[in-house]
Write a protein that binds this ligand. Structure first.
Ligand code: XIL
Length: 383
């Protein structure tokens, strides 16, 4: 009995020191008191403080933990909504704040879906990291067909940024201002297509300094928003990583308002751990905020059309999730930890199987919205 009481005391002290939110801490304390009371009454209560299945990602993380989300799913799927509103403390709109969604026709803006996510986030006390203002793709056809001289292009570009960032001013914490501007093969800016559709219409019509101007326009429209450059491939393409750091450092030196870098981390179970560590360390050395902005971990990088998800694959994936979270905490100073965001959270709605046209299970929740080993890996990595 004495042993039990002393472990209860130790447990109380432990809960008080944990970085948990207030209600979780109160609940934990209540459980401890209940056990103490039972001990006093002499009831042989087993000490099985199994918090595993009630512990949420947001309650253990010392920085915002987020997911990309979709308003239609929040409206239509109660499993989705429950997880979205309990596990996460940050929300990135998966698609509804992109160019094609916010300005479907010239000068016709559409904010209903974005507004819906903003109000859902507010209701659940979540931060909104907005995504994105300028990208070479997800453009409406009218932009691709836009005719005009460089002044007309500049005005269309500027108006889009100012109107969208202005609409969400004060409602979102931050923006991915420019997304994926750097080429994979030589680290220069996307311009003409290298492969079909991967050039940048913006660079072509506005010149290389369009990136700096995008940040200036966004800052003028929403001076308190933190502004990010966001890109993929930084964990396996050293040249691209260095080019991104050089670009952002130069912008910073010029006084362009940029606060952080997003490293997407669309990775797979074979992605080199060294690559992830090196990228996070080099990014952190810029002194800017670092956001793991679109994490997912594919188990089928070989595009096997007949792959079956085995327990072994799930364990490997879980270990990778844990590694990413631990490495982020170890490599990025606390003051620069903007958070970790997964790209959606359930395998049912991941973009990976669609985009790569293959079976895949890249996220912490399975297609029936149950926690996978990956969830527990991530949870462990955050603690
Ligand atoms: C993806 C979405 O997940 C898909 O639903 C959409 O069809 C295409 O875009 N990098 C990014 C994200 O910055 O915006 C992309 O999201 C995934 C890759």
């Amino acid at each position: 009995m004495e042993e039990l009481k002393s472990s209860v005391t130790t447990l109380s002290a432990y809960f008080i020191t944990l970085p948990l939110n207030r209600s979780f801490r109160l609940l934990s304390l209540f459980m401890v008191l209940l056990i103490t009371y039972s001990c006093k009454k002499g009831t042989p209560t087993p000490v099985t403080v199994s918090s595993v299945d009630t512990t949420t990602l947001r309650s253990v993380a010392s920085f915002p933990i987020g997911a990309a989300m979709n308003p239609d799913l929040i409206k239509s799927n109660t499993y989705y909504t429950k997880i979205a509103g309990t596990q996460y403390s940050s929300l990135t709109p998966e698609n509804v704040m992109k160019f094609a969604a916010t300005e479907p026709s010239l000068s016709q803006f559409s904010f209903a879906d974005g507004d819906y996510l903003v109000s859902f986030a507010a209701q659940k006390h979540m931060r909104v990291h907005a995504h994105n203002l300028i990208w070479y793709t997800s453009l409406p056809v009218w932009v691709i067909n836009f005719q005009g001289d460089s002044l007309a292009w500049e005005s269309m570009f500027k108006t889009h940024i100012e109107t969208v960032a202005g609409h969400f001013k004060g409602k979102v914490a931050s923006w991915d201002v420019v997304n994926e501007a750097i080429r994979d093969d030589n680290g220069t800016l996307r311009n003409q297509d290298v492969n079909a559709g991967d050039g940048s219409i913006w660079r072509r019509h506005l010149g290389p300094d369009y990136i700096a101007r995008a940040f200036q326009y966004a800052h003028e429209a929403d001076p308190n928003a933190l502004l990010f450059y966001n890109d993929y491939g930084q964990e396996y393409n050293g040249l691209k990583l260095d080019s991104i750091i050089a670009l952002v450092t130069k912008l910073k030196t010029r006084g362009i308002p940029i606060s952080g870098i997003g490293i997407q981390l669309h990775i797979d179970i074979n992605t080199s751990n060294t690559g992830i560590t090196t990228a996070l360390q080099k990014l952190a050395a810029t002194g800017l905020l670092i956001h793991i902005s679109e994490l997912d971990i594919s188990v089928n990088p070989g595009n096997n059309q007949n792959l079956v998800l085995t327990d072994a694959l799930m364990q490997t994936q879980a270990a990778k999730y844990q590694f990413v979270a631990q490495t982020y905490r170890a490599s990025v100073p606390v003051a620069q930890q903007y958070g970790i965001t997964t790209w959606e959270f359930s395998d049912a709605v991941s973009w990976i199987p669609v985009y790569y046209n293959r079976p895949d299970w890249p996220l912490p929740f399975d297609a029936s919205y149950n926690k996978k080993a990956a969830f527990y890996g991530l949870l462990k990595g955050l603690q």
